[in-house]
Design a protein around this ligand. Structure first.
Ligand code: SF4
Length: 308
């Protein structure tokens, strides 16, 4: 295999989560989703109502909500065991804003998660306007004793887009909090194909991620799902979505701009197939990943080739 990308032992020309975890922990790792019962300040009115315009969470009830953390972990582990028996387990507080509570409640939840059998650490997804200084101090303590990933939704560096999608915070706010957190394993989320964003705007977001140099980046396509506010705007033909070819090209050009040692936690997402309106091509995640691999080989390029 002729692969010039250094952080890979396969055909991947970008630094995958799987590769990073195998090198770090010596084996395959699976994330175990846990619904710890949080809500979101952009849904409940603290900073906004209705949530980000693409968010499906206000419109669906999580199947695990209300089940205690230990039982959720057991149920989810059981579900994954047929496919990933023997894999390392990383509990993942994914849905909603998982730092949005007072410090005593956070400690109770996180300590429960950290004591789950065979958990190798904790992965917490949140937004920057729901992390106060007390929480930061506690996250730093956790980081001293175990493996912590803190996932921060950014989606775009462009405030005009953030306002259109009702993100509820500015890029300046993101930077202010990121600065306080930057010694942690931060994973930033971005979305491609947000309304009216040009390729150059998406590449500018990637350039800024390169400058921030987080531990990890998750790249998503915008999904239009039934029941969301963005679905109405999409049905009115207010904006167009990227085609598979366009998405592939943008993602590969973003990869070129990033430092080679930023782990790519996701290169395309998992839309809810039952409620997905568009883009249809995103339902075949394997095809999208293949197209990205093929593009990188065909153009003899890889993550970081243009990073200075
Ligand atoms: S921050 Fe997350 S949970 Fe909150 S509204 Fe936006 S997408 Fe939904």
């Amino acid at each position: 295999m002729n692969n010039p990308f250094p952080y890979s032992d396969s055909n991947k020309r970008y630094y995958t989560f799987d590769y990073m975890m195998r090198k770090r922990f010596g084996g395959k790792c699976v994330k175990i989703p846990i619904d710890a019962g949080f809500t979101c300040p952009n849904i409940d009115g603290k900073c906004g109502r209705g949530g980000c315009t693409y968010c499906t969470l206000p419109h669906r009830s999580g199947e695990m909500r209300g089940i205690d953390i230990e039982n959720q972990y057991a149920l989810q582990t059981e579900k994954l065991s047929s496919k990933w028996s023997g894999a390392l387990r990383l509990p993942y507080l994914q849905d909603y804003t998982n730092t949005y509570a007072d410090i005593n409640k956070l400690k109770k939840i996180y300590e429960t998660v950290l004591s789950l059998p065979e958990a190798i650490g904790i992965d917490i997804a949140t937004r920057v306007d729901a992390i106060d200084d007390e929480c930061i101090k506690y996250l730093k303590e956790i980081n001293e004793r175990t493996f912590l990933i803190l996932e921060l939704g950014l989606q775009t560096i462009h405030d005009s887009t953030a306002s259109l999608i009702n993100r509820g915070h500015s890029y300046e706010k993101f930077l202010e909090v990121y600065e306080k957190l930057k010694n942690l394993n931060i994973c930033i989320h971005i979305i491609n194909s947000l309304p009216y964003e040009s390729d150059e705007m998406m590449l500018a977001t990637a350039r800024e991620i390169a400058r921030l140099h987080p531990f990890m980046l998750k790249i998503h396509m915008l999904y239009i799902e039934e029941g969301t506010r963005i679905a109405d705007s999409y049905k009115n033909r207010d904006f167009e979505l990227l085609t598979l070819e366009e998405y592939t090209s943008v993602v590969c050009r973003q990869l070129e701009l990033l430092p080679p040692d930023i782990c790519i936690g996701r290169i395309t997402g998992d839309g809810q197939k039952a409620t997905l309106i568009a883009p249809d091509w995103s339902k075949k995640k394997f095809v999208v990943m293949n197209e990205i691999d093929k593009f990188l080989v065909k153009n003899n390029t890889y993550q970081g080739i243009l990073y200075k």
